[in-house]
Each structure stands twice: as structure tokens, then as C-alpha cells.
Design a protein around this ligand. Structure first.
Ligand code: ZN
Length: 78
């Protein structure tokens, strides 16, 4: 199993009054831990026949995308 380590630099870009106050960072292609990246899980029916059931976490893709939303807020005076 591999893990990705990323450094995210947080700095506000161009902003205008009434404009967008959020930034979005995406990190794609993480292996689904629930199905070990297979996209399915083995299940048994009432006759003990094994069949593949789509993973409910990654919806069969075996991968998860992380979406990180940064919300910019006015600083507080202190
Ligand atoms: Zn999965």
C-alpha cells in the first residue's frame, strides 16, 4: 500500500469584492480502503454461491478522489 504525501501551499489568489471566497484542491486516485481497490466485494447468496457486489464506497471504481475546500474568511482584529 502506498501513501501520497503532498505539501499544500495556502495563499490567497486574486480576489475581488463579492467574488469567490473558496479554493478547491483535488487529490485523485486514492485506493479505496473498503474494497482494497478492487471495486467489488465478494458476497454469498442464499445458496452459498459467491458473487461480486459493487463496492458501496467507491461505486465500483476502486479509487477515491479527495476534494479539499478552503474557505477564505476576513481576519479578526486582535
Ligand atoms: Zn471500494
Amino acid at each position: 500500500m502506498s501513501k501520497e504525501r503532498r505539501i499544500i501551499e495556502i495563499a490567497p489568489g486574486t480576489m475581488s469584492p463579492g467574488g469567490r471566497m473558496t479554493d478547491r484542491i483535488e487529490s485523485r486516485g486514492h485506493r479505496c480502503p473498503y474494497c482494497q481497490g478492487n471495486g467489488y466485494l465478494w458476497q454469498e447468496d442464499e445458496w452459498q454461491e459467491r458473487y461480486k457486489k459493487e463496492c458501496p464506497i467507491c461505486k465500483g471504481s476502486g479509487r477515491l478522489d479527495a476534494v479539499i475546500t478552503i474557505e477564505w474568511k476576513a481576519g479578526s482584529n486582535s
